[in-house]
Ligand binder design. Sequence first.
Ligand SMILES: Cc1cc2nc3c(=O)[nH]c(=O)nc-3n(C[C@H](O)[C@H](O)[C@H](O)COP(=O)(O)OP(=O)(O)OC[C@H]3O[C@@H](n4cnc5c(N)ncnc54)[C@H](O)[C@@H]3O)c2cc1C
Length: 503
Amino acid sequence: MIIDDQHYDVIIIGTGAGGGTLARKLAPSGKRILLLERGEAMPLEDQNISDVDIFQKQRYHAPEQWYDSEGEPFTPQMKYAIGGNTKIYGAALQRMRQRDFETVHHQDGISPEWCLKYADFEPYYTEAEALYQVHGQQGVDPTEPFRSGDYPYPAVEHDPTIQPVLAGLTQQGCHPYPLPMSLSLQEEDPTGDSEVFGVAPALDFGNVTLKTAAKATQIVTNPAGTVARGVQAEVNGEPYLFLADIVVLACGAVNSAALLLRSANEKHPDGLANGSDQVGRNLMKIQMSSIVEVTAQANSGKYPRSVGINDYYWGDRQFDYPMGHIQNMGGVLQDAIFAESPPVLSLITKFMPNFGLKQLATRSIAWWTMTEVLPDPKNRVEVKQDKLYVNFKPNNAEAHDRLVYRWLDVLKAVEKDSNLFSRSGLHPRGEVPLPVMANQCGTCRMGTDPTTSVLDIHCRTHELDNLYVVDSSFFPSSSSVGPALTVIANALRVGDHLLERWR
Ligand SMILES: Cc1cc2nc3c(=O)[nH]c(=O)nc-3n(C[C@H](O)[C@H](O)[C@H](O)COP(=O)(O)OP(=O)(O)OC[C@H]3O[C@@H](n4cnc5c(N)ncnc54)[C@H](O)[C@@H]3O)c2cc1C
């Protein structure tokens, strides 16, 4: 084992939404910061998802196997790279609603109260939107939470393909709003991500070091097991030990839990920070179904996503429970998750040449319906004989079905009055399968009670004073909007705590 001769003030493992943002926040402090990232820089041509080849290549899958509850192997749809999953995400950066931080009764059970409230996150949401150059428009979405200021950039313009649909939706009583999007405004790499806004600017400071192809394999503690001493990692396949005063995990919800479990030692026989047996439990990922409308005329298949709908977020007159969020997909040729979603298109992908798929993709307008999944201790990450198991069964299914059918009704009503759509009446749709790990969260939840949570309000483990987790693991509940902005805001919040700790 090679022992690195530097001693760092902090090691951050992972450079995605959580880790990359935290590095940017801490960089001006002058502290010695080491970033360990198991991936490498993602080539620009792979980032620009704009071709049918997304449906035919496994480019957006991690190069490893996980196992489901039946022991069947699968390759998770994830990216190991500088920037993590933000390199392939949809870049829709939305705030959770105020009520999402409270106890909410769902049709299938309770979404628990957070120990911090929307008001605690609001200043960090504002900071996150500024850092990630979020383009949006306040005052249109009726469920929009309180904001202390407007978006830093104006909303993305709707593509001409989607414009007439908006008018139809408004006629049906919906309140479509401009979806808040992170954009870098760089011609070559337009989508905002944590490499562009986190890692790259952090590296401009001489005190920040990045090691790529560096996979953390274990967190090492002192003999008493009270303090983390450093991180063992394989760097280009060679075993290394890096030492630091503070260790921060930001590997993503599944991998951070797995790393804690793999770091079991004599003082922590069931995994690090796992005296409560909570590490890995309560894994959540929002239920997502895609719905496709077939259009009469062709479009580019590459236009940006731009529309959100929250009219059914908290339910409606016929269903008194939350149903969730809807957004348009943008050109389906740009959507990594969609490539795995609708069974109809998946079949075409396998059995038809490019032309058929492209033709269908450019004659469609597609939507995501997204419903909160409730925390369930049985939905969990486990490590057995070094294999990583993801036991996950989505719950709150009726609420999701209702959202899908409600939205189908609205779309059909819009189509009836328009000549934009094909008269086929077809609406291919599909739910995302287990390997799509896009919105994973909740495996090390934050709370004030060490018997029911892993992290305290600073996202520090209850059991080790200098060990933190800043990725999506900390979520006590998932909400129905994508988690990335809340991960980014939380990393900025934890960053303030660490700066205070160093003062
Ligand atoms: C296709 C897709 C579309 C999405 N669209 C949206 C969207 O539009 N809006 C939204 O809000 N969210 C979206 N998401 C989800 C969003 O990307 C995640 O919520 C967010 O990236 C989570 O941040 P994180 O820091 O928890 O983890 P990640 O961003 O996944 O970062 C984890 C990092 O840790 C690294 N790592 C893992 N294990 C190790 C290890 N052992 N050693 C060293 N490094 C390690 C990984 O390589 C990675 O860089 C999408 C995700 C996907 C995959």
